[in-house]
Design a protein around this ligand. Structure first.
Ligand code: GCO
Length: 421
């Protein structure tokens, strides 16, 4: 049987550009993702987040899903261009939108966990260089300070950034994500320095606004897990998880030790899969995923072991509480003839991954909570709408939400604190 501590926090996660839509509404400014998704050839079939899951209008239904599943927390992001349409001047309608969401969650006894930056940089700031420009660092710190004051006493858990490895590596390195740039290494390194500085300044603002504020980063990287329980394989997996081979952005990039980790109260880990590693005669060796082994609709391998070893390695290295800030999978979900969404793969996947997580806790890792990605189906960046990650299905034409079988199952997991696993 799986074991989770009494206070373990169960939640689900989302991100503004992926769910909100309402792109031109409520005084919202343009973001780099508006520009990018409207550029032909960047997103599958030219799909955009203009409407997405329509949470700009249907946020109340999202909150109702959170409540129906009995979740303790909901992780969502604020769209910076709703709060500061041109990167500078504040927009009261933007604050009001998140006020309504936050207050509704609090009334339902749900902790709001807010991400300040889940990739939708105001286009106005990108026009002046975006993360290459130190001006963006100051703008981010001002934004964080304003949010801290505004939501003081209501929001106490903050992620400054979601996956710097992706928004810098894919946005400014490989060009697959907004703003679609392919910078040379020194310019990319400037972006990394700016991100780290922005986190440190934002964390100062959040802490000085309210000493109770808890601040983290939702990080990601390639988690390696040992191919066997031999100590040398465990060591190989640990080394490879934090190594930085050329062109690969690991945890060590996002959580570099130059003052940044001092500005963290917890570490968030977004984890979907990992790779098996063993110690060979010349150091760590990566093993292939078994031929024909299970894969999700994204084609990502199903590797539950990663959710044991990822948090163990992070907790051991950073000596901070760990929250799983994202974990889940995309399936080819559909509404069946009986009107329900049957997704046994998701239930099987989650059972395996959560059992692995409970082994990490049993081994002593300080893991405090788990946020499922995602609450609802949504816009999966360059993949458009094909990939359904939600516990609730979204009919994009009608905007309607239907809780999937996995959503009912997750509610049971939350209710029994994992004893159903
Ligand atoms: C990311 C983001 C999420 C994704 C999710 C599935 O990792 O890209 O945090 O926005 O939708 O991880 O890919």
């Amino acid at each position: 049987m799986a074991y989770f501590p009494e206070q373990f926090l169960w939640g689900a996660a989302s991100a503004s550009y992926q769910i909100e839509g309402g792109a031109g509404e409520g005084g919202r400014g343009r973001s780099i993702w508006d520009t990018f998704s409207h550029t032909p050839g960047k997103v599958k079939r030219g799909e955009t987040g203009d409407t997405a899951a329509d949470s700009w209008r249907r946020w109340r239904e999202d909150a109702a899903l959170v409540k129906a599943m009995g979740l303790g927390a909901y992780r969502f992001s604020a769209a910076w261009p709703r709060i500061a349409p041109d990167g500078g001047v504040w927009n009261p309608e933007g604050f009001a939108y998140y006020d309504r969401l936050v207050d509704t969650l609090l009334e339902a006894g749900v902790q709001p966990w807010m991400t300040l930056y889940h990739w939708d940089l105001p286009q106005a700031l990108q026009n002046r260089g975006g993360w290459q420009n130190g001006e963006t660092v100051d703008a981010f710190a001002a934004y964080a300070g304003e949010m801290a004051q505004h939501f003081k006493g209501r929001v106490k858990h903050w992620f400054t950034f979601n996956e710097p490895q992706c928004f810098l590596g894919m946005g400014y390195g490989s060009g697959e994500h907004a703003p679609g740039l392919r910078l040379d290494s020194p310019s990319l390194e400037t972006c990394w320095q700016n991100f780290r500085q922005a986190h440190i300044l934002a964390a100062q603002c959040l802490h000085s606004a309210d000493q109770e504020n808890q601040v983290g980063i939702a990080s990601t990287g390639t988690v390696c897990f040992p191919a066997s329980d031999r100590p040398e394989d465990i060591q190989a997996a640990r080394e490879r998880t934090f190594a930085c081979p050329e062109g690969v952005y690991s945890f060590s990039h996002a959580l570099a030790l130059d003052g940044l980790t001092d500005a963290l109260d917890f570490v968030g880990l977004n984890l979907y899969h990992g790779i098996p590693v063993r110690m060979g005669s010349r150091g760590p060796e990566v093993l292939p995923h078994p031929v024909g082994g299970p894969r999700t609709a994204m084609d990502w391998p199903v590797t539950p072991e990663a959710l044991e070893w990822g948090p163990r390695f992070l907790a051991e290295r950073y000596r901070l509480p760990v929250y799983i800030s994202e974990n889940g999978l995309s399936c080819r979900d559909q509404i069946f003839l009986d009107g329900k969404v049957h997704d046994p793969q998701r239930i099987d996947f989650l059972t395996r991954y959560l059992r692995a997580l409970s082994r990490a806790i049993a081994a002593g890792a300080d893991v405090r909570g788990y946020f499922h990605w995602s609450l609802t189906d949504n816009f999966e960046w360059a993949e458009g709408y094909d990939q359904r990650f939600g516990l609730a299905y979204v009919d994009y034409a009608a905007g309607e939400r239907t809780l999937k079988d996995s959503g009912y199952w997750y509610a049971e997991t939350v209710r029994t604190n994992g004893r159903n696993l």
